[in-house]
Write a new protein. Structure first.
Length: 71
């Protein structure tokens, strides 16, 4: 399990363990917050083609799917 500090999540770099459509390296470009300012999701941008995906930020804790940094 990856340990994540939500305050340092913005602009962090991630590697997908199982690449999809040759997209493996991502950067968090935006945090999506609830009305209570709690982070509920984040936007990941693929480095190879700049495609953007929105995921629940808690999914990044799963080390079977995501690795911190670019590997």
């Amino acid at each position: 399990m990856n340990r994540i500090n939500p305050r340092k999540l913005l602009h962090s770099k991630w590697t997908a363990v199982t690449p999809q459509q040759k997209q493996r390296h991502f950067m968090v470009i935006k945090l999506i917050r609830a009305d209570t300012e709690e982070i509920i999701a984040c936007e990941l941008e693929a480095v190879i083609n700049n495609q953007v995906y929105i995921i629940n930020w808690q999914e990044l804790k799963n080390s079977a799917c995501w690795l911190m940094g670019w590997h």
